[in-house]
Write a protein that binds this ligand. Structure first.
Ligand code: FES
Length: 154
């Protein structure tokens, strides 16, 4: 469906309520991969908010993307409990295996590598989310396995 219809549909889902700005932006980001300037303009207009307000909220939350992302998005937890549980090794493994630094997307558009703050799974750290799935107790071998499963099965 064209993006504008999609955006309108999501705004409708929340009854055009400006209190739901974060949820609307998050849903648009998840549905389309990112939030375009046109989508932000539509949201601002329909909610009766200044575009600057929509932009500042959109750029604040890590789950809302303003740039095109890879087919699969990895969010690696960088908070202390996961770090203490061996996060550094996993961080290095992800960068090495994908050949990109955090914040980047692979040239083939397959993977985007991002960090996140705690996702509430500290007891099984180190932890990462791949798309909407949480993976815990990560080891370098387990990371390689997940990358090949998710990437290969795409
Ligand atoms: S600190 Fe990583 S999930 Fe909580």
């Amino acid at each position: 469906m064209p993006e504008s219809v999609n955006v309108e549909h999501i705004i409708e889902k929340y009854g055009g309520d400006r209190e739901a700005l974060v949820e609307i932006l998050r849903d648009v980001s998840q549905a389309n991969g990112y939030v375009t300037p046109e989508a932000m303009a539509t949201i601002a207009q329909r909610l009766g908010l200044p575009q600057s307000r929509v932009y500042s909220v959109a750029s604040f939350y890590s789950l809302i993307s303003l740039k095109p992302q890879g087919k699969h998005v990895i969010r690696f937890c960088q908070d202390a409990p996961c770090h203490v549980a061996g996060g550094r090794e996993i961080w290095e493994t992800l960068e090495r295996e994908l050949g990109i630094p955090f914040g980047a997307t692979t040239p083939d558009g397959m993977w985007t590598l991002l960090t996140t703050s705690c996702i509430g799974a500290c007891s099984v750290g180190p932890v990462m989310m791949v798309d909407h799935e949480i993976y815990g107790n990560l080891t370098p071998d387990r990371v390689r396995e997940i990358l090949s499963q998710v990437g290969g099965g795409a």
